[in-house]
Design a protein around this ligand. Structure first.
Ligand SMILES: Nc1ncnc2c1ncn2[C@@H]1O[C@H](COP(=O)(O)OP(=O)(O)OP(=O)(O)O)[C@@H](O)[C@H]1O
Length: 349
């Protein structure tokens, strides 16, 4: 992958975990944006604390880097309870989950990241655990196998998923509360950046924060990463003050354009417009044409391009909008938005 792609990828880099931990808000009132989720969650937590019972299980859905792990940590901190962290791919067998569930203490918060990737047997064990705080441990094999019920301490499950649609309904239904995490507004990202700059001792005036925020793809993780690159640039090429010009020059150098599009985004748009006349074209054809995996195009580039109103997903494939042509400075062919395409623009594929 190119340097530019890594810079605006919503997934964390390997060496990014420590710095992310340092920048994480620790309490709900420090958490920026997602006003609705924050208010809903604070009600869920407060009423549980008043009743002196663990709150309902919480499902968080939303793209990578939007703050799901941060919120899970905040939930535990607000409840004053320990947090146990695991992930769907780590729960391959029911025994993996049983080992965790049977050692939870009362009221503990269990965070399962990427919960949609849990193996089936573990998932079935989780149903019973979530509902009755019980697991059935199967002893032995074949016809002689018996199942021994085991009570577990009441706990709160916090599940996170980037693909809520992939969760089986019985699992989804067992969460008492679902928090839908959305992309952040630029003004919210400016607050995230200002807070991070303070923690990292970066001299970031509001206009510098504004310039970085608008190129951060609505994602705090990307905002924090761009801030670090801009800081490097300002320290080496200037006096450390991150003015608008410095932020802009640094991000241009890293090929993140004025709307946060990077090389892959522009490649997807370029192919869609130049090669396929604006579409419709299928995802896998598009991915082959830009030399990427379909999943990378679907999970990383496409949601942002759709959100920016540059492409639309239709039942017949991906279609460029008028803004896409304008963004690349191209003129659409006369039939680009013909009757066959327009009515389906708003049907999600
Ligand atoms: N609302 C917020 N306010 C301030 N910083 C935030 C906020 N949300 C996320 N961040 C910052 O963004 C970084 C990424 O957040 P986090 O790890 O919680 O995302 P995530 O949704 O769990 O991502 P993934 O799905 O990849 O695990 C963290 O370092 C955190 O500091």
């Amino acid at each position: 992958m190119s340097g530019g792609r890594d810079l605006v990828s919503p997934e964390p880099d390997n060496d990014e975990y420590a710095i992310e931990a340092a920048l994480r808000p620790k309490r709900l009132d420090e958490f920026i944006g997602q006003a609705r989720v924050r208010e809903q969650l604070s009600l869920v937590l407060e009423s549980a604390m008043r009743r002196n019972r663990p709150p309902d299980h919480v499902l968080m859905s939303g793209g990578p880097g939007l703050g799901k792990t941060t919120l899970a940590m905040i939930i535990a901190a607000e409840l004053g309870m320990p947090l146990r962290v695991t992930s769907g791919p780590a729960l391959e067998r029911a025994g993996d989950l049983a080992a965790i569930l049977s050692t939870l203490s009362e009221g503990e918060v269990l965070f399962i990241d990427e919960i949609h990737r849990m193996a089936r047997p573990a998932e079935e064990m989780l149903y019973l655990a979530m509902e009755d705080f019980r697991v059935d441990i199967v002893v032995g094999k074949g016809p002689g196998a018996t199942s021994i019920p085991l009570d577990i301490a009441p706990f709160t499950l916090v599940g996170a998923t980037t693909r809520a649609g992939l969760l089986p309904a019985p699992l989804r239904d067992r969460f008492g509360f679902t928090a839908h995490m959305d992309f952040y507004e630029a003004a919210e990202l400016e607050q995230v950046l200002t807070r991070s700059a303070r923690l990292l001792s970066v001299d970031l005036p509001p206009e510098g924060a504004h310039e970085i925020a608008r190129r951060s793809r609505g994602t705090p993780r990307i905002a924090n990463r761009l801030l670090r690159r801009v800081r490097d640039f300002s320290e080496v090429r200037a006096d450390g003050l991150v003015t608008r010009e410095i932020a802009s020059a640094a991000l241009n150098l890293y090929e993140v354009d004025g709307e946060g599009l990077d090389r892959l985004d522009r490649a997807v748009l370029g192919v869609l417009l130049r090669k396929f006349g604006g579409g419709p074209v299928g995802l896998s054809t598009l991915a082959v044409a830009v030399g990427e995996e379909p999943e990378t195009v679907e999970v990383v580039a496409e949601p942002f391009l759709v959100r920016q109103g540059l492409i639309a997903r239709t039942p017949r494939g991906r279609v460029a909008t008028a803004s896409a042509w304008a963004h690349l400075g191209l003129t659409p062919p006369p039939d680009a938005f013909g009757a066959s395409v327009l009515p389906s623009l708003f049907d999600e594929a």
